[in-house]
Design a protein around this ligand. Structure first.
Ligand SMILES: CC(C)(COP(=O)(O)OP(=O)(O)OC[C@H]1O[C@@H](n2cnc3c(N)ncnc32)[C@H](O)[C@@H]1OP(=O)(O)O)[C@@H](O)C(=O)NCCC(=O)NCCS
Length: 240
């Protein structure tokens, strides 16, 4: 199967959503699958492709480019990251209730996300998505830990962490605008790596938009390397 219906997205966005895996199909088959999905009543299709898609397919099926996503990964077996920074500055979140402070930071995290870039999504939906993400993370439903750094009595930044099959995954990672450029991001990343090592992860991965220069630069600075770059598209089939 080179496509699948996405139940969670369909329920959340109130439009029928599917995803195509174009790396598994030839370019010529892409239009026939999009045609089939349109005939089946699918409203929106996500496509992540290593290659840029033909303009003609985009025009025919209401496709819009919504950014390039880079996946970064780093091996934790090697002593490739300096330990011993100010880890004490970063602590577990420890709260399970969503606050305006946490919500505000989560929204800052998604400023370049495809759900923000694609104006077909109402702003409220983008906000609800990132609010749900941090809410379910602090409840430990989709994250194992949330580490925070505090300043002036509030949370100035956080990182969400998950261990899956022995590998570490960073979900959300953000420093409040007013505290950026002061080394808080480095402190959070150092503490995240320490946490992953402590729970026995042999590697850690994180994804961000290629356009997100501060994040890409920070990951590279820590020794992460890019393992994949995908061109993301949203096909809004309804009006085609
Ligand atoms: C990415 C982010 C967490 C960095 O936090 P920060 O506290 O400003 O980062 P630091 O001050 O610790 O800087 C660490 C490194 O990040 C990189 N960096 C930070 N700001 C940068 C900028 N404006 N331009 C380029 N590189 C930058 C640099 O490599 C820097 O190291 P250096 O100071 O030795 O050059 C912050 O910019 C942020 O919250 N952005 C919005 C949310 C986001 O994009 N999250 C990541 C993807 S989900």
């Amino acid at each position: 199967m080179c496509w699948k219906l996405l139940d969670w997205d369909t329920c959340f966005f109130c439009v029928k959503v599917a995803r195509i895996f174009p790396e598994e199909i030839s370019n010529s088959n892409l239009s026939s699958i999009l045609y089939h999905l349109k005939e089946s009543g699918v409203d929106l299709v996500y496509v992540a492709s290593n290659n840029a898609l033909d303009k003609s397919i985009l025009e025919r099926f209401g496709g819009i480019p919504v950014g390039q996503q880079a996946e970064f990964s780093m091996n934790l077996n090697k002593e490739n990251v300096a330990e011993g920074g100010a880890l004490s500055d970063v602590v577990p979140c420890g709260q399970q209730t969503l606050t305006a402070n946490l919500k505000n930071l989560a929204l800052q995290c998604g400023h370049l996300s495809r759900f923000s870039v694609d104006s077909n999504f109402p702003k409220e939906k983008f906000e609800a998505l990132y609010t749900t993400w941090i809410e379910r993370s602090i409840e430990k439903k989709i994250a194992d830990e949330v580490l925070v750094i505090k300043r002036d009595g509030r949370i100035a930044g956080f990182v969400t962490l998950k261990k899956e099959l022995g590998k570490g995954i960073i979900g959300l990672f953000v420093v409040d605008k007013r505290y950026r450029g002061q080394g808080f991001g480095k402190k959070l990343m150092l503490a995240a790596i320490h946490w992953f090592r402590t729970v026995g992860c042999d590697s850690v991965r994180v994804a961000t938009q290629v356009a997100n220069k501060p994040a890409c630069s920070l990951y590279t600075h820590f020794g992460y390397t890019i393992t994949n770059v995908s061109n993301y598209y949203h096909f809004w089939l309804k009006d085609t």
